[in-house]
Design a protein around this ligand. Sequence first.
Ligand code: GDP
Length: 297
Amino acid sequence: MAFENLTDRLNKALKNLTGKGKIKEEDLQASLREIRLALLEADVSYPTVKKFIANIKEKAKGAEILEGLNAPQQVVKIVNDELTALMGEEAAPLNQSEKIPTIIMMAGLQGAGKTTTVAKLAYKLKKEQNARPLMIAADVYRPAAIDQLEILGKDLDVPVFSEGTDVDPREIVKHGLAQAKEKNNDYVFIDTAGRLQIDEDLMTELSDIANIAKPDEILLTVDAMTGQNATETALGFADCLDLTGVVLTKLDGDTRGGAALSIRDVTGKPIKFVGQGEKPTDLDVFYPDRMASRILG
Ligand code: GDP
């Protein structure tokens, strides 16, 4: 991830303030204008930017920074804290079922990185917690998706349940869950179908699967590189599914940062993980404070 432009612009905006013991109202206004522009250019959603700037103004006023010593550092801290708050404050752990298996359903548009993320997450749990995950291949519309999951499963030594492309995905999920019970798997991942765009058939299928599987997590994978479209997509899915969190993929290719900064605020859903590459190990827990520090450089 390199939000170079955003980091650069924010630093410049804040630099305007440093070197001055006291900050004049007009200097603060000018910096906030710069910050606002930098965020908009990073493709952060407009209402989010507006709220963000208003919060900083409010906090700056509250802290009476215009009078105080170390005023510029205080502004930097306020911006840092607000960036962290915007992205959800704390890391959001995976929901756990009281009795096994914990069921994790993955949704998202085609190409967002669902299949890859299912494998990455299953592998992470296996490696870190000695978990015994099962991956259910329920994307029957893109035949390559099933092959892809099976290949990943073989490589990572994680079992895959599949019944080809001729069985209704709802049935596949039922059968897969029955197998997980039988084999004592502690996590079940359901890789669902995507489309190029949200449509009614897809949403009906996904909510049927959610009703059958009663997942502990419904994670939406969204492609960070699509910026505000990622946020719109998340809103569309949240309309039809009880999303519990978001996985932001392709952060390694995202140069702007708008999705990372907007999604939590716009949808109210936490970013739980970020994909930062194509390899099975390229998945990380999302820490809002670390991301804020990275953005501020
Ligand atoms: P699906 O249609 O949602 O199941 O998407 P896939 O899992 O097939 O992913 C689509 C493409 O995105 C594949 O080429 C993946 O290797 C790639 N991909 C997925 N996640 C990431 C990521 O975090 N970073 C990068 N660079 N590529 C990714």
